[in-house]
Design a protein around this ligand. Sequence first.
Ligand code: MSP
Length: 615
Amino acid sequence: MPKRFYITTPLYYVNDEPHIGHAYTTILADVLARYHKLFGAEVRFLTGVDEHGQKILQAASAAGLKPQAHCDEMAKRYKSIWTQLSIDYDVFFRTTHSQHKSFVQAVLTNLYAKGEIYSAEYAGWYCTPDERFWMEKDLDHDNCPLCGRVVEHLTEKNYFFKMSAYQQWLIDWIYTHDDFVQPLFRRNEVLGFLRQPLADLCISRPKERLSWGIPLPFDESYVTYVWFDALLNYLSATRIHPDAGFTPEFWPADLHLIGKDILTTHTVYWPIMLHAAGFEPPRTIFAHGWWLSDKGKMSKSQGAVVRPLDIAAKYSADAFRYVLMREMTPGQDTNFSEEMFIQRYNSDLANDLGNLYSRLAKLWEKFNCSSHPIDDQISSCYAIDTELASIFEMIFEKIKIDINAELKPNSAIENIMIFIRGLNKQLEIWAPWKTGGQNISALGTSLAWAFRSLDLAATLLKPVMPSKMQELQNAIGMKDGIPHPQPGLNLFPRIDLKNVKMESHSRVKEVSIDEFSRFDLRIAEIIGADYVEGAAKLLKLQIDLGGEKRQIVAGIAQSYAPTELIGKRIVVIANLKPTTLRGVLSQGMLLAAGDGQRRYIIQPDGDAPAGSKVK
Ligand code: MSP
């Protein structure tokens, strides 16, 4: 019986359309699912959308729609985008599916009956956008530690799931299941988190505050916390989607792919929920890193999103899939820019892969190989010393390890590309354009061999680029080991960087000298420094601008103590509109560099006099 393989993506919130981050997880899942099919497994691939909760309600009201209508609309958008990116899922899961609601309620009823859920008065700091209560100690300068926004103090009765009771069980589970959390450093992170006492999980929201959710079966005046509802999708799908070939035997899932932002919900809440309800935890939860732009994590709030369809429309969906898969080592963060995209596209797809086909097809046509017999036994100056079948076997085995054991499609791709580059090199060594005329049959045999190799490489790359590799195989037209190439196919036209209009996300906007000269940059000396009350990151500095005294507020308190700044010369923008920060007047801004960890003030060389202009 074929091995079962059940893979999932997170269910994305329908408060916005998917960006590159969502596309990445979904493409990664699709690529892995296709490889597992190629290896002979019986695969089920689930993706979908998370439709309940405050965020969705707010997005619906902003769009002027009823929440269900908004969800229907967004689900359609997601599906259409996934189709355009060749995502071949088995189930597109929606948490508003009526059977999912019943499933969640059945689990809740069961847990409540077993005493795993209790009600209690709860007082805490609530973050509305994240729908989370925080304890005072968790707050970050009085704000939500997750999103930095304002929190409000609330006291209310709620229902709690006894998560704390299973803390030791989970620790033991992680220790005895090496593959449960991957990569390894994330496993250590979770174990680190579990060194602190685990609190019980508030799983209800009063309906008067939030009505858009699944009602608690034992108290209709509450709805279920959106994560408790959404996580259960992975399991409920195996029960409610026989239409997609699911049976309960597909549980436990083999692989939940997630981004590192949702590690705790998946590796702590979820296994405990399952265990308490009498189900096995999933086999592996793999957290990949983030796609970053020069502004940090790519997300809409950062204003630097890459819209997957924009790139796909410009360069093809398959090229987009290829570059995302090739560039990111799952687990690590990776920067996205259109320059990076084009470089990878040109080097791998246009030069190595596309060009190989064009060269082979041209030679085939030029020497009219079709009209000469292809003789595999032939020995000639073009003879190949290695058996194709064994090379293929070797690469196939390597790829299996890359995909199954290491979860590294980037290495799988690289292994195939090494083969492609090897073929290009072989062609250089044969140099049939120099000697081709001498023995056409031998040349034809060698070219046929190269076409067969390319055809096999296309099979191996098909999970990454399903349409383009099909197109390539159609063009090669392999029949019983004999190619029938179509001339003129340009699979991946080379992109000339000079002719490309870059999207704004990928290039820092250029400024003219005139624009730059509007900034009045000056040297100043710090003559006084102190903390700003209630703002842990801010310092208030008194500065001397060559006779003129000013006060500026700077976000450097975590990198410098006030005393070490006195006497330092700095660079300030002197003509910045004055503003008030935390009630303190700021008449300018200092320049500092930052690496995300700390700030470094910019200082002039030597004794550049205070007040002098920086040009
Ligand atoms: N609805 C929850 C998940 C519930 S699963 C039962 C959620 N949704 S989300 O819309 O915010 O999607 C989060 C996921 O999107 C991340 O875990 C990751 O898979 C993907 N990404 C979002 N931004 C990302 C990047 N910048 N880079 C890579 N992936 C990131 O959380």
